[in-house]
Every structure is written in structure tokens, then in C-alpha cells.
Design a protein around this ligand. Sequence first.
Ligand code: ADP
Length: 260
Amino acid sequence: MNEDSLKKKLAKLNIGGLRYFDSIGSTNDEALTWAAAGAHDFSIVIADEQTQGRGRLDRKWFTPKGSGLAFSLILRPPASLLPHLSRSVGLAALSIAESCAGLGLDPRIKWPNDILLNDKKTAGILIENIWTGDSVDALVIGMGINVYKTSVPPAELLQFPATSLEDALGKEPPAREELLFGILSAFIHWRERMATDELIHAWEEILAFRGDQVQVQAGGESQISGELLGIESDGSLRLRDAYNKSVIIRFGDVSLRASA
Ligand code: ADP
């Protein structure tokens, strides 16, 4: 993977710009800086290695050299999409999941921001916003996908088991340029449908643990248990608790687990 091979592969997609790095701290940091300096809509920062890759709440995301896909998309949402921005994580997750499905795999979205293959984490998403006053000026959507076995961190560093496309496929995965093309094509497709129910339904369809009892840990202390029912129109998660009441879980520092 290099700048030329990426530009060639993405030529048909009408991207806003591309910055490629052999090694970088975090693609999201670079994308936030570029967005603040006026990057065009659908510009991409991509790196072969991240040394300070981030998850939520400053947790680490590992991207060893040559092992995976780590990129950040810069979006400048038109006014018509501003009311739907809370769906962005679903849009990104669905794009990764669909491109995995296109390889013959059976991905699931662990709400809100992880993609699982064989119940193990294969990709994660981190979204950060740039605000002007009280309106979102740009959105940075970071995606990390474990492509080769070498991307999977040692188990002692993980709270949740991880895998890679190579492991799940049991053979050499397609080139990373090819995978990126697939993800971005799906992203373009779903972005055009961001305001539709179709997006919510497609997202709901491949939710991990749907119909199962789950536990949601919110903000460290409170824990909510219930049956995972689906997604609300703003992307919140809907559970049914032991009293048969609907419980809506909004985004935030929440982590979802199947009940033992
Ligand atoms: P979670 O979804 O578990 O709440 P985050 O979205 O914040 O976590 O992602 C960061 C976490 O993901 C880290 O704490 C680490 O356990 C795990 N992690 C880091 N790098 C990878 C990777 N390449 N593959 C799978 N899991 C990873």
C-alpha cells in the first residue's frame, strides 16, 4: 500500500483529497487538523502504521505496520443531514460490515462502534466533530480494520477478543486498497440514504446480540440489563428490561456485553 496505489484505486470515487503516511500518531488527529484548515468533504487520511491510535475515552487502538487499515474520513455535512448526524457511527459500521459480507463473511455490529467476525472484534470506529458555534462544521470518522493476523493485539491488552480478516477468511485477504475501495463505496451508497429508514433497518439487521440478553455498562457505574431489541431512529439502542419496559441507551461511554 502506498500513495500511488491508493490514488489509482480510489480514482473513480471522487474523493476530496488524500494524505498517506507510512507512519503517523493518529489518523484522526491529522484529519482534525486538516479539517480545521479547510479540507474538502470526503478527504481521507490513511496510514500504514499508527503509533498513537485512539479508541474512545483515550483507550488505545493498535495498528502495527503493514497489518491493517487505519484511515479517517473528513465529512462536511450539508445542512439537510445535520439532524441525522447521530447515525454516522451506524453509517460507518454498516459500510465496514457490508464490505466484509462481500468477502463471504458474516459480520455483526456490536453497538455502538465495533464490527465483529465470529464474535470477535475486527474493526472499530471513532468519530470526532469540529464545531462552529453550536453546529457541526466537519466530522472525522476514524476506522481501524484488522486485515492481517499481525494486527491482532496480544490478549492481555484486550477487554474483548479480537480477530482479523485473514483469520476469519482462513486465507490471504484482498489487498488493503481493494478493501478500502469496498468500504468507501458502501459508505457513499449509505451516505446518500442517511436520512432514510432503510439505513436504520440495515443497521438493525446485523446488530450483534439481537434478541439476546445483554448488559450495558454506562459511565463506569450504572449497569442496565435487558433483551436487545433494536435501534431507534437516532441510532440509540433499544432494550427490553425485566419489567417488560423499553429502555433507550444513548451514545456515550457505554459498553455492551452478552449476559453470561
Ligand atoms: P470498546 O469498544 O471496547 O469500548 P474502544 O472503542 O474504545 O473500546 O476501542 C479501544 C479498545 O479496543 C482498546 O481498549 C483495546 O482493548 C481494543 N483494541 C485496540 N486495538 C485493537 C485492535 N487492533 N483490534 C481489536 N481490538 C483492539
